[in-house]
Design a protein around this ligand. Structure first.
Ligand SMILES: Nc1ncnc2c1ncn2[C@@H]1O[C@H](COP(=O)(O)OP(=O)(O)OP(=O)(O)O)[C@@H](O)[C@H]1O
Ligand SMILES: [Mg+2]
Length: 336
């Protein structure tokens, strides 16, 4: 491995790489403003993994797109986002784009959305790096081979000139990860990167990213529906519901003592390998529409607890319940 891609030095794990403070995203739609994300705050340090979980439509992707300056045009974004020493939200688009290109790698659910079908994979892996790192074409090709080897593509020196359709789904996702790592990003954003893959390949990709992160000290933000993955890789987890974080904390604390009724329902709905064949415990009801959010706790209509008359009309505050563990509910003390 080159010097460039084995650069985890002591002390990097203290550094906050990315922080999001009070992020709110309102999307203008034909049916009125949709509040997709509201008052979301979190941060991730070098070498750490931050997982964002929640049902479909809870605002996970929009949080990440808005935080990195990629929200749709119709979206109004407020709040503060810092990437390393720069406040992204204060920068003009071109500066933000440059910083994003240099410091952030993205891996999305479907590898084909990130790959150009008519360009050899090797060229794609280093296309951005050529510009950002000032590599010559020759050096870029060598580096592409090295990166493809790093992500476990067999016979990388031969396959560097192959096209995406000549790779399996899992191998394509490895190519996308190689692409995301080519600029040696400080932050890797993976939005459901394994959803389209079979279980064995999913596990390989999860392991690959964890291994690369250990070696490179990358901060990782991982969006997933899979709580098993979260338990395996995340340091911190945030649970989103109706555009807000309802519970956040060290992964062990949240999994061992889930406190928000939604987190508890989500964990109860998790497929348990020991209970294979039994029905899943689905959460009754549907998530709220961002066009019509209830004034109080967004989970109230589906909540099995409803212990406090304020729940329906008043937004519960974020309450600390343990070291680094916060919950947005009126009755964090009454959890069992
Ligand atoms: N381009 C858009 N225009 C209008 N509304 C949007 C747009 N993109 C997302 N939304 C809305 O914002 C809300 C949050 O969507 P988001 O894609 O962040 O959900 P998610 O948590 O990533 O869900 P999933 O698990 O399905 O990926 C949803 O209600 C969605 O309908
Ligand atoms: Mg999403």
């Amino acid at each position: 491995m080159s010097e460039q891609i084995s650069r985890l030095d002591a002390g990097t794990s203290e550094k906050t790489v990315f922080s999001v403070e009070d992020l709110t995203v309102t999307v203008g739609t034909r049916r009125g403003p949709a509040r997709a994300v509201a008052g979301v705050s979190w941060q991730v340090r070098a070498g750490e993994t931050f997982a964002l979980v929640g049902e479909s439509g809870s605002g996970k992707s929009m949080t990440l797109l808005a935080a990195t300056g990629l929200a749709p045009r119709a979206a109004t974004v407020t709040g503060r986002v810092r990437l390393l020493d720069s406040e992204l939200t204060a920068l003009p688009d071109d500066r933000r784009r440059k910083l994003r290109g240099r410091h952030v790698g993205f891996v999305f659910q479907d590898p084909m959305t990130s790959l150009n079908p008519v360009l050899p994979v090797g060229r794609q892996v280093t296309e951005a790096a050529e510009e950002h790192l000032g590599l010559t074409r020759r050096a870029a090709r060598d580096r592409a081979v090295e990166l493809l080897e790093l992500v476990g593509i067999p016979s990388a020196a031969q396959r560097v000139d192959a096209f995406p359709h000549q790779f399996s789904g899992g191998m394509r996702q490895r190519v996308v990860i190689a692409m995301a790592l080519a600029c040696e990003p400080d932050l890797l954003i993976a939005d459901e990167p394994t959803t389209a893959l079979d279980v064995t390949t999913q596990a390989q990709i999860v392991e690959l990213v964890a291994d690369l992160q250990q070696r490179l000290g990358t901060a990782v933000v991982w969006v997933t529906h899979d709580l098993g993955v979260v338990a395996g890789i995340a340091d911190t987890v945030a649970v989103m519901y109706g555009g807000r974080i309802v519970e956040q904390g060290p992964v062990d604390a949240v999994f061992d003592t889930p406190t928000h009724p939604y987190t508890r329902a989500l964990l109860a709905a998790r497929p348990d390998p020991a209970r294979r064949g039994e029905d899943l415990v689905a959460i009754p009801g549907a998530p709220p529409s961002p066009l019509d959010l209830p004034p109080g706790c967004a989970f109230w209509p589906r909540c099995p607890v409803r212990a406090d008359p304020r729940c329906e009309h008043e937004l519960p505050p974020l309450t600390p319940v343990g070291p680094g563990h916060t919950v947005r509910t009126f009755y964090p003390g009454e959890t069992s």
